[in-house]
Design a protein around this ligand. Structure first.
Ligand code: SF4
Length: 379
């Protein structure tokens, strides 16, 4: 018991909460302590947005349509060189590709990683149309976790993805995945990622049930849509009360699945603090661990998790790289042209040791963005 409390006390999330609660800190002290949290908790994986363009037009998309005009793509050769550097200098052993439309470059970079590094974990985020288009090559890749975006059943998914036939194609691709690369172990794990919006709130849980019973999908992740810089349309966002209600429904429901892991992820601190004041049944169960707060419940052979990842320390976990190699905070893709204030550095400039690289990141002027987030929460 004492060990657990010790673990919680030393966690990045607990230290972050102490900063938020200590309004007596000077700006310099606040920044120094936040930098120390980052220094002591370097990212555990890197997420690479290789492709600036996307053929889809999902209603909940955070990327503006002209994203490719503002963000140039690096060549496959350059990404391979960057990955070599990230492996040797920064010691990354887990890369996630995707998060924007699929393209040939992503496949070539994953092939390179597969052929060169047997100890690197590869994650891929994809949706049905991209999977279908590149299936002949994708099915031969070694992928540790394939995260497929599914946002509802036929009505809700097609509506949110803004494309008729999107759900039916997802079902078709899931069948191919389960009968092909999941069976021959090219893919180790398949997960469904859902973005909760006002369009699909009643369809997400039945959709999980469908994929769990029809295809034995076992991993399900949900996050509420984030609106930034008026993207996507604010009407898609549920109220905080509705989100809390959805989480309670998910908590009641998850026992109906079979051998499943379901996680609801919160990335917006105002939602986390709203829970503190208005949804104590959820908030009081959250415990700090590493760079997140977590509440876990088990029923039968299923698990339900509620995670809250505080925004100012989110990059301790995720190291997000733009198509041009810039490292930035999450969600700023909505700006199209990413403001300098949100760019911490670029992976094309990786000279020096791992410690020196990350020291440049926490000393970068953009780090003040994180400081500002904590100050905003202090009011
Ligand atoms: S949500 Fe993803 S798949 Fe849909 S348009 Fe945006 S980047 Fe493309």
């Amino acid at each position: 018991m004492e060990k657990i409390r010790e673990k919680e006390r030393g966690s990045a999330a607990r230290q972050w909460m102490e900063l938020v609660e200590d309004v007596s800190l000077s700006d310099e002290e606040l920044k120094r302590r936040l930098q120390d949290i980052h220094r002591g908790n370097l990212p555990s994986f890197a997420e690479i947005v290789v492709n600036p363009g996307c053929m889809n037009q999902c209603k909940h998309c955070i990327y503006p349509e002209d994203y490719a005009c503002h963000n140039k793509a690096l060549s496959v050769e350059t990404w391979c060189r960057i990955i070599d550097d990230m492996y040797t200098r920064l010691e990354f052993r887990h890369f996630i590709f995707g998060g924007r439309g699929m393209n040939q470059d992503i496949i070539e970079v994953v092939k390179y990683v597969n052929s060169k590094y047997s100890d690197v974990k590869v994650g891929m985020i994809a949706e049905a149309f991209g999977l279908e288009m590149y299936w002949d090559e994708i099915k031969g890749l070694k992928i540790d976790h394939l995260d497929i975006s599914v946002d509802g059943l036929k009505k809700g998914h097609d509506l949110q993805r803004n494309r008729e036939g999107a759900f039916d194609l997802t079902v078709k691709m899931m069948k191919k995945i389960m009968e092909g690369p999941m069976k021959n172990r090219n893919f180790k794990k398949v997960a469904i990622l859902s973005t909760l919006t006002s369009l699909n709130r009643s369809e997400i849980l039945p959709m999980f049930k469908f994929f769990n019973s029809e295809f034995k999908v076992r991993n399900f992740f949900i996050a509420p849509v984030t609106v930034i810089n008026n993207r996507p349309d604010a009407s898609l966002k549920l109220s905080k009360r509705q989100v809390a209600q959805f989480i309670r429904e998910a908590k009641d429901f998850f026992g109906e699945l079979n051998d499943a892991y379901m996680a609801f992820n919160i990335y917006e601190d105002d939602l986390g603090f709203w829970f503190r004041d208005n949804a104590k049944d959820l908030y009081e169960k959250l415990k700090a661990d590493e760079d997140y707060f977590e509440f876990k419940e088990e029923r039968g052979n299923n698990e339900f998790h509620l995670f809250w990842y505080p925004a100012a320390i989110n990059s301790c976990r995720e190291f997000i790289m733009n198509t041009n190699g810039d490292v930035f905070t999450g969600y700023v893709q909505a700006y199209g042209k990413i403001p300098e204030a949100n760019i911490f550095g670029n992976v094309m400039r990786m000279e020096g040791t791992k410690e020196e690289f990350f020291e440049r990141i926490v000393e970068a002027p953009a780090f003040d963005f994180f400081v500002g987030q904590v100050k905003d929460l202090q009011g």
